[in-house]
Design a protein. Sequence first.
Length: 246
Amino acid sequence: MTIGKSIAILGILGACGVLRAQDQIRLDIEGGVAYQTRNTCAIPADSSKFSYRDLLGRGPFNYGRVTAIINDANNSGYRIVIAPLNISGVGKLPNKVQFSGTTFDPGIDTAGRYIFNNYRFTWWHKWKPIDGIDVRAGWTFFIRDANVSLAQSGKSASFYNLGPVPLYYILAEKHLTDRLRAEFEFDGLVAPEGGALDLGLALGYSLNPTTALKLRARYLDGGTGSGSAYSYATVNYLSLGLEFRW
């Protein structure tokens, strides 16, 4: 079990205690497909750049995400997100690549894997409604749990990275009808050494007072170009999920 997964499990356990005390929770479970439109990597940052998109294809790749939003008694609350992403396959490199101290040859079968699991803990505060739109804003503590690797016959190399990133957070919801509502979600921050941007748009249809069916599109973009790694990726998601409220 990785450190990131352990932190996520501890966060869920802590959230459960809050849930019992407040009895106010929203749980989103979503699953669908992911397409990589950009995924360029170099390990270390000043070595050969190559594209996981060109090596493994654009997709689709399966993905899933779980989000819990907890309300407290002060018009604010917390959010916990578990969002794994695992892109893998076999392709051929167009050029020779120096990756994490190993040379990989072009034109032969090469197994690649791009893992970008992320875990988020958010504190948010709910504003007064703006033109019928409910808005929550706050800060997200984002933990990236990433591992990239290449393998050819008789040789392989990988690079693991675990680290925190602070992000802004916004969630806006508007009821379009009694049963239908629109949702916009944002996590993001850009800095000179890199950044992250996660945008989500969703339509939710209430099946009953506690359950809704949700169709969602997501856009994830970010990376870093300094230090031990160069990695920039853009991934688009389309999912169907269920939302439960208590």
